[in-house]
Design a protein around this ligand. Sequence first.
Ligand code: UD1
Ligand code: CA
Length: 466
Amino acid sequence: MAMPMKKPVHAIILAAGQGKRMKSAKPKVLHLVGGTPMLGHVLTTAAAAGVSSSHLVLGHGAEQVQAWLARFGDGAPPTAMQTKQLGTGHAVLQALPEIPDSALVVILYGDVPLVSAETLRALIAAAGQGLALVTVHLPQPHGYGRIVRDSAGRVTGIVEEKDADETQRAICEVNTGLLATSAKRLKRWLAHVKNDNAAGEYYLTDVVGLAAKDHVPINTVTAASAQEVSGVNDPLQLAQAERAYQRLHAERLQREGLYLADPARFDLRGTLKIGQDVQIDVGVIVEGEVELGDNVRIGPYCVLRNVRIGAGTQVDAHSVLDTAEVGARCNIGPFARLRPGALLGDGVHIGNFVEIKKSTIGNGSKANHLSYVGDAVIGERVNIGAGVITCNYDGVNKHTTVIGDDAFIGTDSQLVAPVTIGRAAYIAAGSTIAKNAPEDALTINRAREQKSISGWKRPTRKGGPT
Ligand code: UD1
Ligand code: CA
């Protein structure tokens, strides 16, 4: 038996409002939750719920939103301009001409970032041949449109706070704004919506009353929580949305087997893939794409941005790892910094105040204290002493330092690149190495040989002791 043809689902995402209360030069929908613009979350969730095409209605700050959308290239969602914000119904009308009559339309909001794909799927399913709304019960419904039902419990319309009488204001079931129905009907109903109300706006919500008059079935879906459907209007609500988002993802990861010391002190601003028995201490920030192997332990207050870390590696407190790869069983930190292009093998030790940039470090090599390693290719089992610096930059160009396996670089040495240190070479402490150092040999270059002067007098303070 042939399956009935499924209607294509299109979303209209309203994002034209000014967001005055944000008091920001940035358009509201570009403010970040979990490191991603709110609008990005809405687009991702819509796609996850089966929406085949999203249409954006832009107004205030449209150029900035367009600039952000450019990252999607040819895949960027189509946009419609609403130059004057004459109401939600008017906003929807700007995008509707682009949508085929045969489609089901879901109305979403660029400033309602936490709506879940499950709720959207339920909304789409509930629309069926009629209209569906997401509602929520609020003990304090002030400011919201109220859901009006008849004695049989059927929805007969939505009345906005400003237009509601006392009885209607007492209704605690409110409109979240999320709505789904056929494009064909929406076009017809919106053509009849007027702005003869307290706000002087074209209300999208008036289509619900028109649907009831047309005897179109109206179904409601209850939101999972008030938080899920909350709009962000000011920095306070943005921070509340951020906390809710973080809690949601911390708990998801805990259920996936992540051992978080404190889910309230963990921030995810991207994606995190984990192996088994991964532990993360308090105050850790995970950004971009991060992958942690089995038994990885991350100490307190680390930043992990676009890194992959192998099994059994321990990263100690206050380390910052950015766009780097770390092998298995390494010890990193405390206070270590891996910058873009740091590629560490297995069993590598990087200690406090060591900075590694665009360098490969072979298995078992160590740089335990106070070093800068940039543009270097370092072999296996190399020991980089305290205070060793690769002088990789001549003021114009960057040059490479190559260090062979088993080499020992004495403390406080400078390696002036381009330079090669041979396999098992031994560089004496305090050497400035600007020429290649051969394998298996001691190379020393100090300003002058050390001498001791007997009978030397310490300087004394002018004017005598104080
Ligand atoms: C709307 C609903 C109300 C619901 C509430 C939920 C209407 C008439 N009312 O009210 O029933 O309880 O949301 O939060 O729809 N926008 C535009 N262009 C416009 C007007 C609005 O793009 O001309 C966008 C805004 O940027 C915002 C969203 O639509 O993202 C909602 O607009 P807003 O004015 O906040 O609606 P409410 O009055 O809160
Ligand atoms: Ca409003």
